[in-house]
Design a protein around this ligand. Structure first.
Ligand SMILES: [Zn+2]
Ligand SMILES: [Zn+2]
Length: 130
């Protein structure tokens, strides 16, 4: 039958060196595509996780005066919920350049000082850059 001879010809071709390399190449392309899709999905999921988990920020709680680092989602503005006392009064903070303690990033003023009396390092909005 014609159908059978076509299959046997295909089988011969697969068993020939050229056919085998073509088959291996096709398999490799398929595998690479599958791997690319898989990694692509993983990358998307990772990106979503990063957005959800947010980034690590320094905070200063106006309610309990706690300071520290916490994860804040990118789309959530300050003030955030204080990880220590739960009050939604944790504002943006940063590490003081002189005393290395975490201090409130006072917005809307041109010049402010580190609140620690033994430090009082002077900051200007221009230096901080926001
Ligand atoms: Zn607090
Ligand atoms: Zn300081």
């Amino acid at each position: 039958m014609a159908e059978e001879s076509r299959i046997s010809r295909a089988r011969q071709w697969i068993n020939s060196p050229a056919g085998r390399w073509t088959a291996i190449g096709a398999a490799a392309v398929l595998l690479a595509t599958a791997a690319w899709i898989f990694v692509g999905d993983g990358g998307d999921q990772r990106a979503k996780d990063i957005v959800q988990k947010g980034h690590t920020v320094y905070y200063y709680c106006k309610a309990c005066k706690a300071t520290g680092k916490t994860a804040k989602p990118y789309d959530q503005p300050f003030p955030i919920v204080c990880p220590k006392c739960g009050a939604p009064q944790a504002v943006e903070a940063f590490r003081c350049r002189r005393c290395k303690r975490i201090i409130e990033n006072i917005k809307g003023v041109q010049v402010f000082h580190c609140p620690h009396p033994d430090c009082r390092f002077k900051y200007s909005r221009r230096v901080i850059g926001d």
